[in-house]
Design a protein around this ligand. Structure first.
Ligand code: ADP
Length: 425
């Protein structure tokens, strides 16, 4: 069979359906009452490409591709337009394209505004509701391109519309799911937070009422054997716990708005680790944990002292909570430009499935109510470490224990002279 381009005349065949749909006024249908367009050889190559393009446009069904005249009347229509909008070419050619817009959009002049925008910008893109012939709405992605000839005169518009209804529904379903999860997480958090706040509050209330009763009945008894000062010390311990919980909550909201100011200063991380271990020694001992500290050499760097202390405290108090009855090993050393601090316990460990999630806010990997907590300590610690341009990692085995390792540049904050903000999460 000879190649069509080798013929003196070549022919573009339109399917019966395509011809019917395009109608007699369609550019493809010119000179083609029998569905065959005949060109002479001289015109062939340009027309060949142009006709291939027209055929492609006419037969594409995933996109509504149409042209509008300069006033917005429909000049051409393809199969995709029929599929998406429901009109046949013979019904819609010559009509104004505003009939695809919902009445509220027509009322404020959206169709004309879109054409004006396309003229001004060359191209205009929009997503929104449009109407099908049967009056139902579909979610459309629309691109309108202004068509200018070589002399710069506006000749009309090209309009490509895609039906994104399914995608929109899928997005809405996902969004709804996200909202549901967020609501569930919020409710769960409120219940955990109220429980945690109540835990120190209840003994504090009991202590204060017993002190009041004693003061009313027998004030001298309070002064005997230093009872009053012991009771007050215990009460301020509960108040401190409450204040720590509230500080954690405040930190989370500061982190949420991207503000956790750092005050960098020259400091010794080994001394800080020893201080924290000394402060928590009695609490650790009361729960059967021996603290083994390896931090004899000074490790100087530029960090925020209060925040570093907070990070180390969070790791140590977790090790005491989840590793009660077993030794805890704390160490800090230098590796090139980094300070490497580890907190290792021999406690309950963390299942692999939870290990990557425990640094997220409100995430807890234990369900046993015996282990209190709001799931914020590691989240805040992670944020502090990141704000110092460092990393925090965990290695853990269920039933065997966990090692948390901080790797923090010693001079990562030197360039940051003044408060630093953590990135918004
Ligand atoms: P929480 O207040 O629940 O302790 P954290 O953010 O400090 O919150 O820790 C998140 C979760 O990570 C904890 O609920 C716990 O399941 C797990 N976890 C943290 N540290 C340890 C550890 N040393 N051993 C075992 N599990 C730990």
């Amino acid at each position: 069979m000879r190649h069509p381009l080798a013929c003196r005349h070549w022919r573009v065949l339109l399917s019966g359906r395509t011809r019917r749909e395009l109608g007699d006024n369609h550019p493809l249908s010119l000179n083609s009452s029998d569905g065959v367009i005949t060109y002479s050889r001289g015109e062939r190559s340009n027309r060949d490409t142009a006709d291939q393009l027209r055929l492609l446009i006419a037969s594409v069904t995933d996109y509504a591709i149409l042209t509008l005249d300069v006033r917005g009347h429909i000049a051409s229509w393809n199969l995709g337009a029929e599929r998406i909008k429901g009109y046949r070419a013979s019904e819609i050619l010559g009509q104004h394209f505003s009939r695809f817009y919902p009445p509220e959009d027509v009322a404020w002049g959206k169709p004309d505004w879109e054409l004006e925008s396309a003229i001004r910008l060359g191209r205009f893109e929009d997503e929104g509701w449009r109407l099908r012939k049967d009056g139902t709405r579909f979610w459309a992605n629309v691109v309108i391109t202004a068509l200018f000839d070589e002399s710069g005169e506006l000749r009309g518009f090209g309009k490509v519309t895609r039906d994104f209804t399914q995608r929109k529904h899928a997005e809405e379903t996902r969004e709804l799911e996200r909202l549901r999860e967020a609501l569930h997480a919020r409710d769960e958090f409120l219940s955990v937070a109220s429980h945690e706040l109540k835990t120190p509050l209840t003994p504090l209330q009991l202590k204060l009422s017993s002190l009041r009763r004693a003061a009313e009945k027998n004030p001298e008894s309070l002064l005997a054997d230093g009872k009053l000062s012991r009771e007050l010390a215990a009460a301020s311990g509960q108040v401190r716990k409450l204040a720590d919980l509230i500080d954690d909550l405040l930190d989370v909201s500061r982190i949420n708005v991207g503000r956790l100011p750092l005050q960098p200063e020259r400091m010794d991380l080994a001394a800080l680790l020893r201080d924290v271990a000394l402060r928590y020694g009695p609490q650790a001992a009361s729960l059967g944990c021996h603290l083994d500290v390896s931090a004899s050499h000074a490790i100087e760097g530029t960090w925020d002292r209060r925040r570093m202390e907070q990070a180390v405290t969070n790791l140590l108090t977790n090790a005491i909570k989840y590793g009660a009855g077993k030794p805890i090993h704390l160490s800090v050393k230098v590796s090139e430009t980094l300070a490497v601090l580890t907190v290792r316990d021999e406690g309950i460990g963390i299942a692999p499935v939870h290990q990557h999630r425990i640094f997220e806010r409100f995430v807890r990997a234990v369900s046993d109510p015996h282990y209190g907590g709001m799931g914020l300590g590691l989240f805040i610690t992670h944020q502090i470490v990141e704000a110092h341009h460092g990393t925090i990692t965990v290695e853990s085995e269920l039933g065997k224990g966990s090692v948390f390792t901080l790797r923090i540049p010693r001079e990562g904050l030197v360039a940051t002279c003044g408060p630093t903000a953590v990135p918004r999460v």
